[in-house]
Every structure is written in C-alpha cells, then in structure tokens.
Design a protein around this ligand. Structure first.
Ligand code: ZN
Length: 244
C-alpha cells in the first residue's frame, strides 16, 4: 500500500517519490508515496506535476484510488516514466487550497444546520470555491438561508481549530455524532476511522483535506437554494477571500 501524506498533512505540497509501477492502459503511474488526494466525499482529485530527478516532467490530470493504492493519471499523449524513476510529486497547490477552504466551509454549513435545525446531510459536492449540500429539510426560504449564511460566517470569525484524528473503529462507533453521519455504512473490514473535528461545532468521519482553522476559509455566501424533494433541500455556496 502506497503511503498518502495528504491524509495526515493537508499542507504538504510536494514530496520525493519513486515510480513503482506504470499502467499503459489507463496512462497512470503508481508511486511509493504521494501527496495527491485521489478524490472522494465530494472533493475532486488533485492535479499537478511529476518532475523527474534526472530530467523530464509529467502533467498529472487526476488521481484515483484502486484498492488501497493511489494511481496518478498522466496527461493523454505523453510517454509514461519508467519504473524506478525518481520524481518530485507536486500538487497544484492553489487549486488544492481552494478545495480545502471549500470543503471546510461545507463542514461548517453542515455543523450549523445540524446544531440549529437538527437537519442531517443527504449529499454534497464541490469545485474550487463553490459547493452544494443537500439536507433533510421540509421547508427552506430566503430568510432562513440568509440566517444560516450569517451563522456560518460567525463560525468562521470565531477562528475555531480543526483537528484530524485516526481512531480505532470501536472508539469511533462510540461517538454519537459520528453515527449520525452514517459511519455505520463503512465496510466491515475498515479498522481505523479518520475523523475531522471543528472544535466546538462539528465532528465527522471523513477522508478529505481541510484547512487548520475556520478563519482560513474566508467568507461564505449562499448563492441559492432549491427543493430536491419533499424533505430534501439543496443549499449552494460560494467561498471568497475575507474582505472581498
Ligand atoms: Zn471533510
């Protein structure tokens, strides 16, 4: 299993790695370790570059998890590096950091809506600096989303700390908040559960990348809301720089 630093250090932008295997069919490369997030939980995979220690570079258009390993998709038309090639693996940091801010904004939204309305999440998705989340809400109005937006930005201003932990399965199952986020849907074989805690607001089982404090998100604006069914309402958000 190749190690992925993104799960323990979201701020790692680069690391030195060795090509372990190449797959000509999918134009993909497996490294002994990586910083690329392979996508999941609504967060898109990283893009970036592999720079050869003795020359050459390969553009990475995405990454994908296959079993426990993360494969890097190389831009179509370029020749793959040979196995044993030493490379510097570098993610497109600006894009990743935008995704970390957006992903964290969605957790704050989710935490506020659960705390104040006891409405749980049914789905979500994101792009850099925009995202959407579906909640079990019967009714939604412009006044209500305006109020939610205000309270989300208050949590950002509160500069709450965000902690990543890896817990044994049994310990994670004992946390009521995690059970609400459908931790029980995790496959039997998983022995450790990664949790993201916005201290004082929200706790979730999660595989994505997040910023270290809520203030780093910037500003959240609700850009729209719509009904996706009788008890399913969608909220769309946009993330901007603070002061913008
Ligand atoms: Zn998350």
């Amino acid at each position: 299993m190749s190690e992925n630093v993104a799960y323990t250090d979201a701020y790692a932008r680069q690391l030195d790695a060795v090509v372990v295997e190449v797959d000509a069919d999918t134009n993909a490369v497996l490294l002994d370790q990586t910083v690329f997030y392979p996508g999941g939980g609504g967060q898109p995979a990283d893009t970036g570059l592999l720079v050869g220690a003795s020359g050459g570079s390969w553009s990475v258009t995405g990454a994908k998890k296959r079993d426990d390993e993360i494969w890097h998709t190389i831009e179509a038309g370029s020749e793959l590096p040979a196995p044993d090639t030493k490379v510097s693996a570098e993610i497109d940091w600006d894009r990743r950091h935008q995704l970390m801010r957006t992903h964290t904004a969605l957790h704050i939204l989710c935490g506020v809506v659960w705390r104040d309305h006891r409405a749980s999440v049914t789905g979500g998705n994101m792009e850099p600096l925009s995202g959407r989340m579906d909640f079990e809400f019967e009714t939604m109005s412009g006044d209500l989303v305006g109020e939610i937006e205000k309270r989300v930005n208050a949590e950002i201003a509160a500069d709450r700390e965000i902690l990543v932990s890896i817990l044994p399965r049994e310990e994670a199952f004992a946390i009521p908040d995690l059970i609400r986020t459908r931790i029980n849907l995790l496959p039997e074989g998983i022995t450790e559960i990664r949790t993201i805690e916005i201290v004082g607001l929200d706790l979730q089982a999660d595989g994505g990348t997040h910023v270290a404090r809520t203030s780093e998100v910037g500003l959240v604006r609700v850009t729209g809301y719509e009904s996706k069914g009788r008890i399913n309402k969608r909220i769309r958000i946009e993330v901007t720089d603070a002061g913008a």
